[in-house]
Structures are given as structure tokens and as C-alpha cells.
Design a protein around this ligand. Sequence first.
Ligand code: ZN
Length: 269
Amino acid sequence: MVILKTEAVVLKAWNLGETSRILSVYSRDHGKVKLVAKGGRTLKSKFRGCLEPLSRITIEYYDKRTRDLQLLGRSDLLDPHMKLIGDMRGTVLGLAALELIYRAVAGEERSVEIYDLLSETLSALNGAGGGFAEGIFWRFETRFISLMGYQPTWDNCLSCGSSLGKEGGFFQASSGGLLCASCGVSRGGLVVAGGTLDILYWLQGAPVFEAAKLEPTDGEKAEIRKMFDLYFKVHIEHIQGLESLKFLYGMESTNRQGIFPASSNTEIH
Ligand SMILES: [Zn+2]
């Protein structure tokens, strides 16, 4: 048994018995780890503030390879991402990022790049203010796909290599790219406009805060959501759509139907 010390983001947390809490975290140096915080729910707990999803914390734990659950010895709060708490859209997008990592990454896969991407995404969502927060989440999805080893191609036809340009193309979720109008006409795929591809291509190299400045049309937004959804269904086992996003889209559709008054602060922009 060794004592390991690193930084982590809490992906998920459950209560255990009367006083303890179990955490699934994504750590910078050891990938996904499951920890038990004994006495974590008592008033005098030494883990206070560290045991909730979205929090960025330090962890010190006793690692025993044969055990699925490791014992948390010490934890300090680095960033609770508190602003997200009052921002429903930002919170849901942050939870969707956690959900994607929780479901797509196996425990033993360690990636400092994925950790840093998650950490900068949560910080940016926390500070996005009135910007288009979903742009930050799309950037996260695009880069996450690349870091998982599936490099998407948004700019050239997979078959003939021609530039897709303004005409757009046919998205092929299984091969992770697009076909041009002439190659795709017989083989099909999800029809995607040129403007949508421009956004995805730009997001691959965009700084995180720039992503919140996007102003997509309703059509571009719908296409990008559909593309990522199809992509994860095909490439990542057990993913049948992210629950957090289903909640967000459901909330938007309720708003569009006018169930909430226009002045309500639940309105989504
Ligand atoms: Zn082609």
C-alpha cells in the first residue's frame, strides 16, 4: 500500500451509511479513482466542501491495487466553482462534461491532457457570465474526442479529400468525418451545413474563453448537438445520450412552448 497525492475533480458522489461518502474523481496523475471519505458527512468532517461534484480538490489516499475503493486520507478544496451553482445552464453543461468522462474513461486510463481540459472547461463555464456557454462545452467535446484517440476531420472529404467548404457534407459517425456532396449522395449520412463545419473546425484551435463568444444559428446548434450525440453513441460503449444534456434540451423545449413566462429567470438564451 502506498500513499498517493494528486489533484482531482469530483465526478460523482454517493452517501455511504450514516456518515461517509463515496467519490468518483478524475485525478491528474492517476486517472479515475473511487474513494471513500469516512465520516465525510459529519459536522466536524475534515473533508468539508471537498465532496461534491464539480469541485476541484487535492487528494491524498492510500492506494491498494487489489481494492476497487481507496481510502481518502486528506483533501483540500482548490476551487468549488461556486458561480455555477446559481447558473443552471452552466451547471448542467459542467455536469455533462463530468458525465462524459465518468462514462467514457476507464479507471486505469491516465491522461494529464484530459484532466487539464476538464479543469479549464469548468473554470471557463464558471466565468462565462452571459456568453454562449455551450460553445465551451462543444470545444470540450471536440478536444475530448481527439484525446480519446478518435481524431475527427471537419474540413475535408473522407473519400476524395476535397475541401468541404460552404456546401457542407454528409457526417459519418462511424468513420468520424464527412463526405462531400458528390461522394455522400449515394452513401448518405447526416446532412451538415458549411457554417456548422466552420464552427467545429474553429473550435479545435480556439482558446477556451473565445468559445463562449460563438453566435450559432438555431440550425447550426441543432446539427452540432446531433453530430456529437451520434458520435458518442457509435464510439463509446454504453453511451446512449448524456442524461445531463437531455435535461437541458428538455428545459429549452419547455421554454419554447411558453410554459414559463418570458420574464422568468429560467429562460434560456
Ligand atoms: Zn468526396
